[in-house]
Design a protein around this ligand. Structure first.
Ligand SMILES: Nc1nc2c(ncn2[C@@H]2O[C@H](COP(=O)(O)OP(=O)(O)OP(=O)(O)O)[C@@H](O)[C@H]2O)c(=O)[nH]1
Ligand SMILES: [Mg+2]
Length: 81
């Protein structure tokens, strides 16, 4: 396979994936990304990279109210559940 053929297939792949992403966005305006990891593993950094931001993530409850991050601090009691 020549280099130019590889590049051409790459462009086709990108276009196919772009159309697929458009279809998915048409099906669901919202989606979820689950990032799991130990403390200080780099979860927030990954989320910031995906969202192309340096802002700290905001957290909301089911009612749509922002949650104070200090409410989410792990405790020994929670870890024992
Ligand atoms: N060397 C290195 N450091 C990283 C990488 N990703 C993140 N860090 C650093 O690791 C530290 C923790 O990153 P965070 O993204 O805050 O980790 P976290 O999992 O969200 O941490 P918690 O929310 O406290 O559990 C920060 O100082 C980052 O700059 C990486 O890929 N390589
Ligand atoms: Mg974090």
């Amino acid at each position: 396979m020549s280099v130019s053929n590889t590049e051409f297939q790459g462009a086709e792949d990108i276009e196919r994936e772009r159309r697929r992403a458009q279809n998915v966005r048409g099906l669901t305006p919202r989606f979820r990304i689950l990032i799991i990891g130990r403390a200080n593993a780099g979860k927030t950094t990954i989320l910031q990279q995906v969202c192309n931001t340096t802002e700290q993530p905001k957290i909301f409850n089911w009612e749509g109210d922002e949650i104070d991050l200090s409410e989410l601090n792990p405790t020994a009691k929670i870890m024992q559940i």
